[in-house]
Design a protein around this ligand. Structure first.
Ligand code: CMP
Length: 137
């Protein structure tokens, strides 16, 4: 099934000039870049994006981190894109993420973990509409 998913290349990655190396991982795996922008996220966008974590002890840290310097927002499309992108990214904590996943290769910590990807069809739709005004249908 062809799916679209939302990816953020987070501040720690853009700061360390990793955009190209991360895009290579997706493109090599037949994921098509449908849309892409470099931007500094506002607090409002970051809070919307992480709404499900509002109230958790790390929420403020997450929002401060995501808004501290530019990110790259991407819409990727491909066969089973949602689960495949999450497999390429690896698990949340870079320390325990499988070898050669993006987070194992480049992640710094649980908070500064280099990339974000939608975890379901519903969150992919929600997150795409947060970061991109366009409707991809
Ligand atoms: P992400 O995939 O962007 O979605 C939620 C983020 O919350 C996650 O990546 C982590 O960076 C962050 N996160 C999850 N659990 C913790 C935690 N216990 N402490 C700090 N950050 C966390």
């Amino acid at each position: 099934m062809t799916e679209k998913t939302l990816v953020l290349i987070k501040p720690d990655a853009v700061e360390r000039n990793l955009i190209g190396r991360i895009l290579v991982e997706y493109e090599r795996n037949d994921l098509k870049v449908l849309d892409m922008k470099l931007m500094k996220a506002s607090i409002d966008l970051a809070e919307k994006h992480y709404a499900e974590h509002n109230g958790k002890p790390f929420f403020n840290r997450l929002v401060t981190y995501l808004t501290r310097s530019p990110i790259v927002a991407l819409v990727l499309e491909g066969e089973n894109a949602i689960s495949r992108v999450r497999a390429l990214n690896g698990t949340t904590d870079p320390e325990t993420s499988k070898d050669n996943t993006i987070r194992a290769l480049y992640g710094l910590s649980l908070s500064e973990n280099t990339v974000h990807a939608s975890d379901s069809k519903e969150s992919a739709g929600r997150e795409r509409s947060i970061w991109f005004a366009k409707n991809y249908s």
